[in-house]
Design a protein around this ligand. Structure first.
Ligand code: ARG
Ligand code: ZN
Length: 485
């Protein structure tokens, strides 16, 4: 789902998105613009854009992840039917059905996929030719797909998915655990286990049907459905009904202690690996406390359910997987839980349109930790800011600038710390009233959608009535430690 694209199509005007500085807007306008009607022979339409159907682009052009995502269609829904054989082989047998709408006349299109062996691909029920090229799965439907048509792609595959191993990012994607597996895909690991349009700007809903050996369980995003048992297996249903970025999709398979409670009618479901049994109660109570605390500050909790998953792989990080964050191999302290819960508003509901805006996720979630410490009155975000500000200009908390960290440092200290400092600098400038109005307007305006830094700075200027370009320039973009703001 892409709101801007939907608007452009509805309005029917290729100029609808032209005010935006968004690097994707031009490509979208091109995709959304209707082909010209037959013209006088002197001005033939460009054959690459009109006339013959053409292949969708192999990437969305994100500067940090060139091949991530694909052009020519927009996904609405993933149906994931996956059977897991057990920790012995670690293998899966899966059929993923992708429902998408073409945004151009398509002769072929790609999905991102680096999972195991594909055994069949069908488009609208008809077998389709396909080939794999690196991380791309190229699909050639039996007949071209016209722009505006909704189509279904079913991909069946089997084997043992492998995680990505990265020197800075660690292990991510489908990660084997002692008794099963757990998925944590940020930034581009969803394709380790799913054929997917793997870019945060194409949110979609998900249905999971996960079959596991009877002694195991499967937990995923969203709302649980009935558990069906048959012979030696059990099938767990989960549904994520709010639009979700692919990197936030998760499944955790294994033995878990599951607890259920609720906050204001929102079910809170936590699942904790037996190795972290003693953390189970604390995860639940802190998650509940944070939800109650956050709503007045950030706006209503944005999803139908909440919770958390603690599993055993020593990932060394947590991930804000939608409705149910993953804590990878440690018992999370309050700060971690506050951080991942804050991401439900900042990162999950209000998602990224480009990866280079990652501070919109990490700076905000880190600032939420500071606000949490402020709530008791013993510390304050302003004091925490001052302690960081006292560090030397050469400290990694200051560089690279969080507004343009580069792919290699997108999860570096500066994105988290200087990103959060940016928000404190903004709060100091505009005052508490305007600052928290900005936060709540942000989460309301872009709820279940995506947004950009430029939209945030414009909103901050509008709400505060102040010119804030120098402040954001100094904090987000300047190569040096900001001197004044
Ligand atoms: N978003 C996560 C957090 O808030 C970080 C994920 C980093 N990804 C990785 N593969 N290490 O902490
Ligand atoms: Zn984070």
């Amino acid at each position: 789902m892409t709101a801007a694209l939907a608007v452009a199509v509805l309005v029917g005007s290729p100029g609808a998105a032209s005010a935006s500085k968004d690097p994707y807007a031009a490509a979208e306008r091109r995709a959304a613009a209707p082909c010209p009607q037959p013209l006088p022979p002197a001005v033939p339409p460009s054959p690459s854009e009109c006339g013959a159907p053409s292949p969708g682009a192999a990437g969305l052009g994100d500067p940090y992840f060139e091949g991530a995502g694909n052009g020519g269609y927009d996904v609405a829904h993933y149906d994931v039917a996956l059977a897991y054989a057990g920790a012995g082989t670690g293998s899966v047998d899966a059929t993923v059905t992708v429902t998408a709408t073409a945004t151009q006349d398509l002769s072929a299109f790609d999905l991102d996929f680096r999972g195991p062996q594909i055994t069949a691909v069908a488009v609208d029920g008809r077998e389709a030719r396909h080939r794999r090229a690196g991380r791309e799965l190229v699909i050639l439907p039996a007949a071209p797909i016209r722009a505006g048509r909704t189509f279904r792609v079913a991909v069946r595959y089997a084997g043992r998915p492998e995680p990505v191993g990265d020197r800075t990012l660690g292990s991510y994607g489908w990660v084997p655990s002692r008794d099963g597996a757990v998925v944590a895909s940020e930034p581009d690991g969803a394709s380790t286990w799913l054929p997917v349009n793997d870019h945060p700007r194409d949110k979609a809903t998900y249905a999971f049907h996960i079959t596991v050996p009877k002694d195991l369980r499967a937990v995923a995003n969203g709302r649980p459905g009935p558990v069906r048992t048959g012979g030696a297996t059990a099938t767990y249903e989960w549904a994520e009904d709010a639009p979700m970025a692919s990197y936030l999709a998760t499944v955790a398979i294994g033995r878990f202690q599951v607890r259920r409670t609720e906050v204001a009618g929102v079910p809170v479901i936590t699942a904790v690996d037996p190795a972290f049994r003693s953390a189970a109660k604390g995860l639940e109570t802190t998650t509940v406390k944070v939800m109650k605390w956050a709503a007045p500050l950030f706006g209503p909790y944005p999803f139908a359910t909440a919770g958390g998953i603690v599993d055993d792989p020593k990932l060394g990080y947590a991930l804000e997987t939608q409705e149910r964050p993953i804590y990878g191999g440690f018992a999370p302290d309050e700060g971690f839980i506050v951080h991942e819960m804050a991401h439900q508003w900042f990162g999950d509901s209000v998602g990224l349109r480009v990866w280079s805006d990652i501070w919109l996720n990490e700076g905000f979630a880190t600032y939420a930790e500071w606000l949490w410490r402020e709530r008791t009155g013993k510390d304050s975000a302003a004091k925490i800011f001052k302690r960081y500000y006292a560090q030397p200009a050469s400290s990694p908390i200051f560089s690279p600038p969080p507004g343009a960290p580069g792919a290699a440092k997108m999860f570096g200290f500066s994105v988290y710390v200087r990103g959060a400092m940016t928000l404190q600098a903004l709060r100091d400038r505009v005052g508490d009233r305007a600052f928290f109005t900005i936060l709540r307007t942000w989460t309301a305006q872009h709820r279940h959608s995506t947004a950009t830094t430029q939209q945030f700075t414009a909103l901050a200027e509008r709400v505060s009535g102040q010119g804030l370009t120098p402040l954001f320039q100094a904090w987000l973009r300047s190569e040096t430690k900001p001197l004044s703001w």
